[in-house]
Write a protein that binds this ligand. Structure first.
Ligand SMILES: [Ca+2]
Ligand SMILES: [Ca+2]
Length: 193
């Protein structure tokens, strides 16, 4: 109690994170301090995570997208994000290499975590992505992607799979890398202006 090391990051987790993210020890420690301030329990709940997303997307409904992202980062399936899961998430979405980002995107789309993506999972994520897009921007989308279903159909077509077939991770990553449009359709980036 009152002992600063009681809340320090364990050496093991630190080494693990340095290795898997290439963040420096200094960076990881800074994030850990910040994480502890924001989150004294050491765990991020789905509700807290949704609030973070809602702050980023004030003009739209980020709830279901946040829930899917949360699920994809909760690698041990315990319903909360610990510091390690949080840092890996931060790394993958901000500084990760394309392949790592796509591995993450695969896990986002693999809603039931069975190692494959089917078309209904693509539709489900496209629905969540669609809710992130502010209404006025939705109205300006191209005709063939101006509903979640159309976006899902367009995206699915890049993988050359039948409606009842499924995609393995490698097929997903290759398909997205080879098609700029697929790369664009798997996520939503707010317009710069
Ligand atoms: Ca967890
Ligand atoms: Ca699946």
């Amino acid at each position: 109690m009152g002992n600063t090391t009681s809340s320090a990051l364990s050496k093991e987790i630190l080494e693990d994170l340095k290795f898997s993210t290439k963040f420096s020890e200094h960076e990881i420690c800074l994030w850990y301090e910040n994480f502890q301030k924001q989150c004294p329990t050491g765990r991020i709940t789905p509700e807290q995570f949704e609030q973070i997303y809602t702050r980023f997307f004030p003009d739209s409904d980020a709830t279901s997208y946040a829930q899917h992202v949360f699920r994809s980062f909760d690698t041990n399936d315990d319903g909360t994000l610990d510091f390690k899961e949080y840092i890996i998430a931060l790394h993958m979405t901000s500084t990760g290499k394309t392949t790592q980002k796509l591995e993450w995107a695969f896990s986002l789309f693999d809603v039931d975590k069975n190692g494959y993506i089917n078309k209904s999972e693509v539709t489900e994520i496209c629905q969540a992505i669609f809710k992130l897009i502010p209404k006025d921007e939705q109205s300006r989308l191209p005709k063939d992607e101006n509903t979640p279903e159309k976006r899902a159909n367009k995206l699915w077509a890049y993988f050359n799979k039948g409606d009842n077939e499924r995609l393995a991770e490698g097929e997903f990553i290759t398909g997205v890398i080879e098609n700029d449009n697929a790369m664009r359709l798997i996520h939503y980036e707010p317009l710069k202006d």
